[in-house]
Design a protein around this ligand. Structure first.
Ligand SMILES: Cc1ncc(COP(=O)(O)O)c(C=O)c1O
Length: 398
């Protein structure tokens, strides 16, 4: 008798995680541009230690015992949402272990096997994988330089309605999109909200990067434009404080928030970390920290963009106004999946575009994260990438 016979069909089908060793680039240490990690220089270790010391001396019973999430954190999230124009209430907020946990719970509440879910193409595959595990049939809607293509969305909704299908939700990353770096225009936000009301479409608005704006004016989130309760807004402290704390949240219709909560087996999301985030953020400290992050990441984005213009004028990109990524269109004929191992040989790791599309297309692009890599290594990383691309190009010419 085999242990694996006890696994559910779903667990049997899942590929086991690959705990691969990081790729090695021969003699040269590899520079990775593949992942959207925070810059270690920007993690406020000292301040978090001070905040933790405060908590353990003043609130030990609340922070180290079984207890609900810190109420002060929900108040902070509600206040930040109100600042964005969302009529937020703490009781409509769910705090979770990162926004990933919310994306992981959504299928339990909303997806039956075979149900249709609309996703941007390209998108954050971490989310898509979780929707697929819930049995979703994923339908991609293209993204261009102004974000999700709303005409294509409307056409898809019309076709689905004609076929008697109501999608369970639209998953959208409106600001500094992962991976495309683009921002959904105001006009498109307004139209999507209208379409949501017309089609009874739930919008899952994942705005993980919204606070990291380098230039331009902030746009109202779809949650602020919606008056009928069709938006679940998801956010995270990973990009503005520290991903290792694992604190994210959702705000939306109470009926949905309550049901999401019921699928969180651990109840509260860690009294210690939720109090810690609230303590750190008090008295304007979080906003001051975000202002420093914006400048820091803006300079890194600029540096990577300049290096790309210099080293790879034959590749193109839309300059992002914020976030962690540049989405690079490769010179014609260069395939991202073929480029990946060659780039590693040249000492740089990239993310092939096909990892960001639910249908495996997209290998005419690569995603380059400028967030984690030390600023002074970005020029060298792009020089190495250009070397790898030229090598593919020379095969193409020969
Ligand atoms: C668009 C988007 N949503 C959610 C997440 C997950 O963030 P968290 O650390 O809050 O789980 C990420 C992380 O990269 C992301 O890019």
């Amino acid at each position: 008798m085999q242990l694996s016979e006890l696994f559910t069909p779903q667990a049997r089908e899942l590929a086991p995680p690959i705990w691969a060793a990081p790729p090695v680039a021969g003699a040269i240490p590899l520079i990775s541009l593949a992942y959207g990690l925070a810059d270690p220089l920007m993690l406020p270790g000292e301040e978090l230690i001070e905040a933790a010391a405060q908590l353990t001396s003043n609130k030990i019973g609340e922070v180290l015992n079984y207890a609900p999430d810190a109420r002060s954190l929900k108040m902070l999230i509600a206040e930040r949402l109100r600042h964005e124009g969302v009529a937020a209430e703490p009781r409509q907020i769910l705090v979770a272990y990162g926004s990933s946990q919310i994306l992981g719970i959504l299928p339990h509440v909303l997806i039956n096997p075979g149900d249709t879910v609309l996703v941007e193409a390209p998108t954050f595959m971490g989310a898509v994988r979780m929707f697929a595990r819930g049995g979703a049939r994923l339908v991609g809607v293209p993204v261009d330089s102004a974000g999700l293509d709303v005409d294509a969305l409307e056409a898809t909704l019309r076709e689905l309605r004609a076929a008697g299908v109501r999608p369970r939700f639209l998953y959208s990353i409106p600001t500094f999109q992962n991976p495309a770096g683009v921002t959904l225009s105001l006009a498109r936000r307004q139209r999507i909200v209208q379409l949501a009301a017309e089609y009874g479409l739930l919008i899952v608005e994942d705005d993980a990067y919204v606070d990291l704006r380098f230039r331009g004016e902030p746009l109202p989130p779809m949650a602020a434009l919606d008056t009928e309760g069709w938006v679940l807004r998801i956010g995270t402290f990973s990009k503005i404080l520290a991903p290792g704390l694992r604190v994210g949240w959702a705000h939306g219709p109470k009926a949905l928030i309550d049901r999401l909560f019921m699928f969180k087996p651990e109840g509260s999301s860690g009294p210690f970390v939720t109090h810690l985030v609230a303590e750190f953020s008090a008295d304007g400290r979080l906003e001051a920290h975000i202002a420093v992050l914006r400048q820091h990441y803006a300079a890194k984005c600029e540096r990577m963009a300049n290096a790309l213009r210099r080293e790879l004028p034959e590749a193109s990109f839309v300059m992002p106004e914020g976030g962690f990524f540049i989405w690079l269109r490769l010179p014609s004929g260069v395939n991202a999946t073929e480029l990946e191992p060659l780039a590693i040989q040249h000492g740089v790791e990239i993310l092939p575009g096909s990892r960001c599309f639910s249908d495996g297309s997209g290998d005419d692009h690569i995603r380059l994260a400028f967030s984690e890599t030390p600023a002074e290594q970005l020029d060298e990383a792009i020089r190495r990438l250009a070397g790898a691309i030229r090598e593919v190009g020379s095969y193409l010419d020969s």
